[in-house]
Ligand binder design. Structure first.
Ligand code: AMP
Length: 193
């Protein structure tokens, strides 16, 4: 692959974060997670962090422009010059269009989009388990329901968006983390050079 920008798509709790960490080590590509950047801003009490808290705690999306600016700034850093893994971004068609423009303006392109898929029951189970283990403020049953709903209405349309651009690759997210990891690396290795 000449450009190594890989987008990970999939509902909350599907395992994007866990897989991205391993894929990042495997390919030496930075893992850019908007959720992690947002949580860090909240924890550090930055001015933006204060604005983010309300959205994250209610399971809503942060407004597009805020996230787009944040990602553009991150992509301009030296370690992303050869590519990166985008985890949790884009999350709306507006964000995907902004990313497309950004890449066009900067002479870069998306190598592929990996959609990790599992059933809704399995998702709920994993999210509740993560909430108990990690104590994330947005892994409560009410917020989980809101986030799954937001995924369906705002983010799932990206599956079609990237399918139309022949960039979409679906990967089954059921099975052990090792099995899913193997499916993802096989997919990434199949991207056109
Ligand atoms: P995540 O860890 O990716 O599930 O993100 C946690 C929360 O951060 C989400 O529920 C949103 O409130 C916010 N967030 C993360 N990424 C985005 C994004 N691309 N657009 C808008 N909000 C986001």
């Amino acid at each position: 692959m000449s450009s190594k920008f890989v987008i990970f798509l999939g509902p909350p709790g599907v395992g994007k974060g866990t897989q991205c960490q391993r894929i990042s080590e495997n390919y030496g590509l930075p893992h850019v997670s908007t959720g992690d950047i947002i949580r860090a801003a909240i924890k550090d009490h930055t001015p933006l962090g204060k604005e983010f808290t309300h959205y994250v705690d209610s399971g809503e999306l942060v407004p597009d422009q805020m996230v787009v600016d944040m990602v553009a700034e991150r992509l301009q850093q030296q370690d992303c010059s050869g590519g990166c893994l985008l985890d949790g971004f884009p999350r709306t068609v507006g964000q995907a269009e902004a990313l497309e423009r950004y890449f066009e303006e900067n002479g870069k392109s998306i190598a592929g989009v990996i959609e990790i898929a599992v059933s809704e029951d399995e998702l709920r189970r994993r999210l509740i388990e993560r909430g108990q283990k990690e104590g994330r403020s947005d892994d409560t049953p009410e917020t989980i329901a809101a986030r799954l709903q937001v995924y369906k209405s705002e983010t799932a349309p990206l599956i079609d968006f990237y399918n139309q651009r022949s960039l979409l690759h679906q990967v089954d997210g059921l099975g052990t983390p090792d099995e899913v990891f193997d499916r993802i690396t096989t997919t990434i290795d199949s991207f056109r050079p």
